[in-house]
Design a protein around this ligand. Structure first.
Ligand code: PGA
Length: 242
């Protein structure tokens, strides 16, 4: 039985005060969501401590947006797995396309980050996806298979989430067609040794398209950027109609 995981990725949005303001409405807006839906907020490092203290007794799980592979050391600007664990973090986004594109993440560093997260009991949400140019050139499959092969080397598939995020669909309003997202997610699943790994879709998910996306048989959840910033919008996504 595959888990359903609905995760918000706040990216570089919200101060602590804004995060608490979101939470004060969100907790009420999701209180009738079916219990089997795992709800995750992947927030800036600076909001983790405050949210962690305010999530006690809540079903909402805390996620970070990146993690280094060493426990400590001379790595200015990085955050280690034990630092996240101490704050009650359960999930961590690894290899988001914005990290790959703007901050030089490679499949190798993504792989190191995923393994280190797992070694400390965190669940990596490993992101893969093609650019528009790769899609137009018919390279979607080869690109994703290559990202998976390198990214998943020695990664424990019993503590893992994968997010298929076509880069051209992120933040553009240009959602991938539901059946095409389903097809690529199925292709990703065919590469796994554990076919129960939850695989999310991400890229312009919003309250209007969530029901159709979640109706796709291969898709086990979503990773949501822009539409996770407002509590009513993200709550509608969490409360999708099955
Ligand atoms: P979006 O972002 O929902 O704003 O397209 C998704 C993501 O980057 O994870």
């Amino acid at each position: 039985m595959r888990s359903i995981i609905i995760a918000g990725n706040w990216k570089m949005h919200k101060t602590q005060v804004e995060a608490l303001d979101f939470l004060s409405s969100f907790v009420h807006e999701i209180d009738t969501a079916p219990g089997e839906r795992e709800i995750v907020l992947c927030v800036p490092f600076t909001a983790l401590s405050t949210l962690s203290k305010n999530l006690h007794g809540s079903r909402i799980r805390l996620g970070a947006q990146n993690v280094h592979w060493q426990d400590n050391g001379a790595f200015t600007g990085e955050i280690s797995p034990p630092m996240l664990r101490e704050l009650g973090v359960r999930y961590v986004v690894v290899g988001h396309s914005e990290r790959r594109q703007y901050f030089g993440e490679t499949d190798e560093t993504v792989n190191l980050r995923s393994k280190a997260a797992q070694a400390h009991g965190l669940t990596p949400i490993l992101c893969v996806g093609e650019t528009k140019a790769q899609r137009d050139a018919g390279e979607t499959e080869t690109h994703i298979l290559s990202q998976l092969k390198k990214g998943l080397e020695q990664v424990d598939q019993t503590n893992l989430v994968i997010a298929y995020e076509p880069i051209w669909a992120i933040g553009t309003g240009d959602t991938c067609a539901d059946d095409e997202a389903n097809r690529v997610v199925g292709l990703i699943r065919s590469q796994l040794t554990n076919t129960d790994v939850p695989i999310q879709y991400g890229g312009s998910v919003n309250p209007s398209n969530i029901d159709a996306i979640m109706a796709q048989p291969e898709i086990d959840g979503v990773l949501v950027g822009g539409a996770s910033l407002k509590s009513d919008s993200f709550a509608r996504i969490v409360n999708y109609q099955a």
